[in-house]
Write a new protein. Sequence first.
Lengths: 267, 804
Amino acid sequence: MSEPVRICTLQIDGKPVSVPEGTTILEAGRKAGIEIPTLCHHPALEPYGVCRVCIVEVKKGRRVRVVTACNFPVEGDGLEVSTNSERIQKDRRTVIELLLARCFSSPVIREFAARFGVFDTDLQKTEGEECLLCGLCVNVCRDLIGQAAIGFESRGADRKTAVPFGRPNEDCIGCGACVYVCPTGCIKMEDLPGERMIDRWMSLMPFFKCRKCGKAFGSVRQLELLKNRQPLVRTYLELCPECRAMDLGEALLGPTVAKKAAYQDAV
Amino acid sequence: MNRAALEQILERYQRNPQQIIAILHELQDQERYLPEEDLLCLAKELRIPASQLFQISTFYKAFSLKPRGKHQCHVCMGTACHVRGAALILEEVERKLGIKSGETTPDLEFSLDRVNCLGACALAPIVVADGEYYGNMSAPSVGRMLRQVREGKAQKPRKGARPKAEGAPPETSLAQKVIPFFSSPAELSRYRAELVASHNPNLPCLAVCRGTGCSAMGSGDLYLSLKEIIEGNNLGDKVRLNFTGCHGLCEKGPLMVVFPQEIFYASVRPQDAEEILTKVLEKSEPVERLLYREPGSTEKIVHESEVPFFKRQKRLLIGNNRLINPESIDDYLRIGGYSALPKALFEMTPEQVIAEVQKAGLRGRGGGGFPAGLKWETCRNAHGKIRYVIINADEGDPGAFMDRSVLEGNPHSVLEGQIIAAYAIAYGVSPAQGYIYVRHEYPLALKFFTHAVEQARACGLLGKNILGKQGFDFDVQISQGGGAFVCGESSALMASIEGKPGEPRAKYVHTVHKGIHNQPSNLNNVETYANVRLIINRGAGWYNSMGTENSKGTKIFSLVGKINRTGLVEVPMGITLREIVYEIGGGIPNNKKFKAVQTGGPSGGCLPESLLHLPVDFDELTKVGSMMGSGGMIVMDEDTCMVDVARYFLNFLLEESCGKCTPCREGVKQILGILNRVCEGQGREGDLARLVDLGNAVQDSSLCALGGSAANPLLTTIKYFEDEYVAHIRHKRCPAGVCKALIEYSIDPEKCTGCKACVKLCPRSGISGDLKKPHWLDKQQCIKCGICFEICKFDAVVRRSVGV
């Protein structure tokens, strides 16, 4: 038998809000109408807490600390959260400045930094880097898609996203989820005639062609995987979405259309 | 590797994916690297995604995906070695081999790597090549060392520095002894009584130290020499020989003590064996030339307890090292080991054990200082199906080797504490499972502790219904590291035990609630567990009468660096820094001036002379911006550049950062970038303020304590040695004469005798001069390698930092 979830009251920037115990400060903030900035956060994934943009100051009793809002769980009552104190403003700007120095080549990061008044930095800039190591691509591939085709390599300043051994990897099914979640767009997917290419992972794979109209609509690997994972009728996955819809439509409406035609003939 | 061999390795570890690090070590030991096809095969067999195995192989620095050289050369870059000149030594090795650290020579003969602290700081600076230790290195001696490595020849004994295989101590033939199984405390007591009765305390016993420092200096050979003579002359019933844990005064190794008189011999060589034995058997006076003598005094000290180094210590934890052979459970039992365990199991409830530990005031010895009793209580009360009791033996602070010495010298003392903790935390609540996580750089600690676990299992101290306590089942699994300092952090350590890359996670939900496999996990340091049996045996009241108000008991320190007596020191909390450095450590060698004492490793700070009066405990040093830490204490003198020290620590942290979070990965890198600029004479006004700002942001916003404390070495050196920063930035001057870009070498013609020693060794042939004529150093050629400075016996080479 599970215990009922406690409701906790806290204050965010002076605004009181009540949330179930275990809710993160980020979620509590949204409930209170306060939007805390994030970069590595995605609603479909567990918080990773690495970009450190969402830092806030929390006070309970006499203890004050700086924590990330995306994964700090609210427990008990009396938590006082400050999302924009002087200390946080200073720290957050430095974090963003550090990101800017790394990803100065990324227009997305430059624009993001500009929102916080950070337009340039005297820190050493890296050339040609657009990946901020938010981990969204790695996490979505492992946790949502279940393929774990990509991961990290090395550690520290050498940490980077990678395919194992720098070779094309059959675990990549070309679904494009990584492309979709990447905040800077540094993962590029190109649909070439007959093939899908994700350059960053050296993925190159043939398309599956619709049995009816011949249009390419997904990678062979992706469809094979779906076939194995889902108890779907084989034929369902061999038609492109449009032909599939028509097929279904005919199957559902077919008798009615036939009846109507027969009726009209009769009339 | 062929499939069959791979299968064998997999079988040895029961195909357990959690043991991936150990499996990879075995693969690499045999293949000299990790071949891609073997890794892909392992991924399949262990059902680990290839991407995860790839990350593990590249995350842990012990592993290499490229073939390594026939000879593996590791230059220790620990703090003590750094302060004694390791950086210039590494440069010379790089120059001679033609490769940079981390690379392998094209002919696959040599691989070169840095390693962060081998724990043999008495021999600093050290290079380990092919398992052999080359201590007291200097840039000029690199050539000779490499020659010997190539030829596989052992170096002739020289100033006590002698290469010795670390992982191959002589066979002490204890493995054959059968230990009885104890199904009750009574049986254990009876056995112990037999051991005590059959032990003749008046029989002379020679205790030779087998600690790392002494082993590296050749104590193994000394032991063998003594053994040969004893066995060869059938003297086994007249004199006992023991090969014991670390005695502590590593500077003077190889050490030995002759019982029962406790005659203390220092710097003993294998050839002294005969004389020592003769004197012992004749019951005549000690061998005078081997007796300890204080520097600057002619008086010989006979007894160990009178040696100033030992006099002021309170060696509750490491004092027993010299009485026992770490491979012998009998030795441990005889001196009273495993008396606390039956007392806890049969005379106390788990709650009473916790209360006792709380009353004693035991705080974690790994650096955090968290109250152990409170941690145990929280773990016991947490929600979970199983409780994990873990020993953190990932001692990574460079210059710290306390845990190593305890594990290698008295492994059962740690195991006993762990078993008692398991009882307190889990008995009556849930099953418990023990782990120890040992860093890869400590193969001997791993070996001895594993052996201790096997012995304990064999005699019923581990397993089911321990000592007859119904329902108390506990056993310990051994887990190894792969060369990652960050794995000392609790959540990273547990991830590593689970077979994942050692990346920390947010600790808003603490590991004591959700640790390994999201179950309640109690993690304590080696030394913390070693204290437990003392508290149970002698009571909390006795224990908390030692130390200060909030820091009870004793603390082990590794006293290293610019200090006369390098070694392992155990003192009551509250002793002053001054007492440790001067009374116990004997002050600074070569009449140099004290500058700073560094404690707390990369999370700690440097304190100046004006603060030497401070008592050492958990809180006093923290108040002034440093911290006591795990016990590494590095002494620095006038020749140490404090800006360089900050740079050293930030560089260490950058190498060891997991790289997950922005502030640590990018912030430490940028701070290091500025420090490098400053040390190269490119400092700018505003750099100091920038460093402080960056330091504060990294401190505030990092994900774990590695980043969270990364700014400490920087901020404390700025606080207490700001003048050195100003000198570097504003005046382009390095007062200590360390930062290459800011110093220059020249030869004083008045002092030069024209011996040509420097001429021969200069890597750039930049010194010219005839025999018996003053030499001349070409500043244009000079690469500031420091070799001429080291080699000159006449102080004719001058090193200055002029500045602007």
